[in-house]
Design a protein. Sequence first.
Length: 275
Amino acid sequence: MRIMISADMEGATGVTWTEDVIPGTEQWQRFRRLFTGDVNATIAGLFDAGATDVLVNEAHSSQRNLLLEDLDGRARMLTGRHKPLSMMQGIDTGVEGVVFLGYHAGAGFDGVLSHTYLENQITGVWLDDVPASEGRLNAAMAAEYGVPVLVVSGDDKACDDAQDYAPEAELVTVKECISRYAAICLPPARTAELLSSAAADAMNRAGRVERFTTPHRIEVEFDASHLAQAAAVIPTVEQIGVRRVGFDAPDMTEAMKAFKIVTAIAAGAVQGIYG
């Protein structure tokens, strides 16, 4: 029974502000350990309930945040950039379940460090006319490969979001959002228990399901017009508003590849404090 963990950092235990997740800061070094602890607790629950292989895909920023030397020795870790399927690299390798660990709410919504791919330039993303967080986008890709979402962890806003896109998943609330940069947090010992228990309980849903492949449309709204103009130079991407672009794709894999290009081009068009 092979399981994948897509591990993001903003929704990890204790994380509440920018320096907690920016590589190179003192706070980041501290929260790398807590992040790795969350992953290890999840791995333990999966193996306790019958997993035979766990692949951890680092999904945050530089994708070099987890401490390999502290990782549960039974797991494997995919680390570093750049990956064709990004946060979902490995979903196409025959895994029979996926865990969304350390996830967060999407751009334009309340939540600790809420965003969708870009930290603050994107104000909204829509998948087939539905507001889409990274979790919703990634769940659609998992469905395309016939892989059930077993667990989603993060703050309460991330878990509220997951109730809609992964209603059968186990939800683990590691902190309660007070504002974008503040939360009521549970200590690591508590969150480890919750993550292990949820992962073990979710294993009864592991197993390949029917693949769901369909065309998709993604629309992205930015906080400035020049970012939409920059993204619209990409073939198939159309500027449909002053700050908004949209594109169609034959399936979710192609949609996410195009979305990655849109975000990369927009990020490259940001100029200092004026954005």
